[in-house]
Every structure is written in C-alpha cells, then in structure tokens.
Design a protein around this ligand. Structure first.
Ligand code: NI
Length: 389
C-alpha cells in the first residue's frame, strides 16, 4: 500500500470515530466518554507514552520518530462540545439533550487521531510528536489549565500547532496568517451607585440611570478615541439592568451594565482596561455617582509566530497546492484558547475548509468528514517538516 492509500484508508476509519464522538457530546472538563475513546484508540495505535487526567480529562500522548532525536512538536485538538440542542436530523446526531458538537471539535479530535495512527506506523521523523487532546476550549480555558498543570515542561514541548475547521472555506483548502489571527476577548460588569428616590423629585436623589446611559455611550469612544485606527477593537454593551418595571415612578439606587471588549493587539488589550476604568470613574463622578468595574479577563489574542506560520503555510501548500492556501487571511474577532499555548511557545493555528456548512455554533452545523483526510495529511506533512532532522 502506498502512503497515500494508507492515509486514505485511515481517514475512512476516522469518519466513524468522528461520528461516535459526535453522538456523545460532553461539556467543558467533563469529557469522560470522549477521553476514554481517545485513550483506547491511542493505545491501539501503539503510542510510546500516554498521560491522562491532565486538566481533568485532557490527554497527552507521545510518538517518537525512528530517525533519531530532535525537538518535541505539540499538535493540539480540542474535544469539547457546546451546551445547545442539535437540529441536524443526522442519523448520528447528539444523543444528549442540550449538548452538541457545534464547533467541530469532534472533527478536530478525529483528524488528530487519524494523524496519530499514521505517524505511529511511519515514524518517519527525527524527534517526538506530542499529541495534545484538550478539554474545555468553549469558555473553560482548558488550554491554560493544561499549561498550569505542567503540559509544556513535563513533555518538553518546543512548538505548538493547532487546526480549526472553517465553514465557507472549501474542503481541502487552508487559511492562516502571521501574527494576530483571532481577538482577545475580555468581559466586564459595571455597577453605578447613586441614591434612589421619588422620580418626581430628582434633586432629592442621585440618579444612576442617567449616569449609566452616559457611561454606555462614552464606552464607544474607547474604539474611536483611545485605539489606533489601524487596530481592530470592538466594544459591545450586552447587558443593562436598573429599577423595576413595576415602579416607574422610582429612581433606583443602582444601575448595572456589562459587555465585552475584543482586541486584536495585546498592547491595546492591556491598556484598554485602564482607559475604561478612568472613563467610568470620571464619568460617574460628574453625576455624583460611583462606578465600580468588575473586569473579567478572557482569552488572549491568538497570534501566530511568523516563522511557524510560514512552516504551516509550507506544509499546507505541499498537501493542497499553493493555490489552495491563503497565507494572509482575514482576522476574526472571535476568540480561541489555543492563544495561551501560543503565548508560551512559538507555533501557529490554521483554518481548514469545512465546505458549504452552517456556521460554527449553529444548531444546524456539522463537521465535514471529507475534511479529515486533508487535515491529517497536513499534520503529517507538518511533522515531517518540523522534525526533518
Ligand atoms: Ni471551536
């Protein structure tokens, strides 16, 4: 059997694995069935070492090359699903109400498993492949937890790579870019405190509602007046609560609002909290109120190392042809917790085409099984390039 036939056969098997994972979605760190499935497959392939229970249900497996020593390359797949009902009518649709693989992490897991099986057979590289199967990408910062539990030092990982499927990009095509690719996403809540009273006598009270309205409008100037116009920043106020609809003649004591700030530049991200805090303090004071900011840091900016992005583009072009690789794709204001790994080690994440599917996080979404083969070929090519001896 040629290498190509071998890979195609493994990719066929991996479609079944993907559907098995899809049927039994699990959330955050509670990936007990999924992790058991992955562990059993990896043991069957004959990996050299396997460590389970990292970040509760995360797994790391090592495959050593037959061509001698070399660096350790980390390949990461996320395994978790989303808390939503599936509406695909697929024969292998979720069997768990309120849980669904709507971001294709079932496919990412199957793609990396397929590459693992092939790499265990071929071992045509110098160094070590560390397969990282991660829990809790969707809001749980599973990547950060794995790092905190010693992932990178324990396995001596020198570089890190990841793949995410992309609806709308044809199957077999790839896209990435050097530097920032996805946004940092932070959240915040603001409590504006005044003094309640009768709505007919505003001078007898300190109105937090008018103050909050001004502060919400001011917050948009974080984009227009406090960020570089060439920088991408989004400020969205998504929550607002004050008073009671049953007491429209009462000025309330407090008004609360909150939202999210997305940034594409780590320096901007670091500075914007201070700008917001100053604006809130001064703005509230002009109305005699006080504003308390509860800043909730989220995922950092996902930024590819330029040299590693070039390696990724080279591997993708070898697999798909240069005409099917966009090496300067549009950035996205969504966030991804692989950003924590990219802060700690040089590496790159690439998009791989999911074809004409529903969007990510949509109840009609499904991972495209035809993406497994190009995805696994990319992983194998990347390993051979990074661990070329
Ligand atoms: Ni995802």
């Amino acid at each position: 059997m040629t290498h190509a036939e071998d890979m195609a056969r493994i990719a066929e098997d991996a479609k079944d694995w993907r559907r098995s994972i899809h049927e039994q979605p699990e959330l955050l760190y509670e990936l007990h069935k999924t992790a058991a499935f992955v562990e059993e497959k990896l043991k069957g392939f004959g990996v050299d070492e396997i460590a389970t229970g990292i970040a509760k249900t995360g797994i790391v497996a090592l495959i050593k090359g037959a061509r001698g020593d070399g660096p350790v390359i980390g390949l990461r797949a996320d395994m978790d699903a989303l808390p939503m009902d599936e509406k695909t009518n697929l024969p292998y649709a979720s069997k768990v109400p309120g849980m669904m693989h709507a971001c294709g992490h079932d496919g990412h897991t199957a793609t990396l498993l397929a590459a693992a099986q092939y790499l265990c057979q071929s071992r045509d590289f110098a160094g070590t492949v560390a397969l990282i199967f991660q829990p809790a990408e969707e809001g749980g910062a599973g990547a950060r937890t794995m790092i905190e539990e010693g992932l990178l030092e324990r396995f001596g990982i020198d570089s890190v790579y990841a793949m995410h499927n992309k609806p709308g990009l044809p199957v077999g095509q790839f896209a990435t870019r050097p530097g920032p690719l996805m946004a940092g996403g932070d959240r915040f809540m603001v409590t504006v405190s005044g003094r309640g009273g009768h709505a007919s006598a505003p001078t007898m009270s300190i109105d937090p509602v008018v103050a909050a309205a001004h502060l919400i409008a001011s917050a948009q100037t974080l984009v227009s007046r406090f960020s570089d116009p060439f920088d991408q920043v989004v400020v969205s106020i998504t929550y607002l609560d004050a008073g009671s609809s049953g007491a429209l003649n009462v000025i309330p004591d407090t008004a609360v609002f909150g939202g999210t700030i997305r940034t594409m530049n780590s320096d901007t991200r670091a500075e914007i909290e201070g700008h917001l805090r100053r604006m809130l303090n001064a703005g509230a004071e002009q109305f005699g109120c006080e504003a308390e900011l509860d800043w909730r840091p989220g995922y950092p900016v996902t930024a590819n190392d330029p040299a590693k992005a070039a390696v990724a583009v080279g591997a993708a072009a070898a697999v798909a042809g240069a005409e099917n690789v966009d090496d300067d794709c549009d950035r996205m204001m969504g966030s991804e917790d692989f950003s924590y790994m990219l802060e700690a080690r040089p590496g790159a994440i690439v998009w791989y085409g999911n074809g004409d599917s529903a969007e990510l996080h949509n109840a009609a979404y499904n991972f495209n099984d035809e993406a497994i083969l190009p995805g696994m070929r990319y992983w194998v090519e990347l390993v051979q390039r990074e661990l070329a001896a």
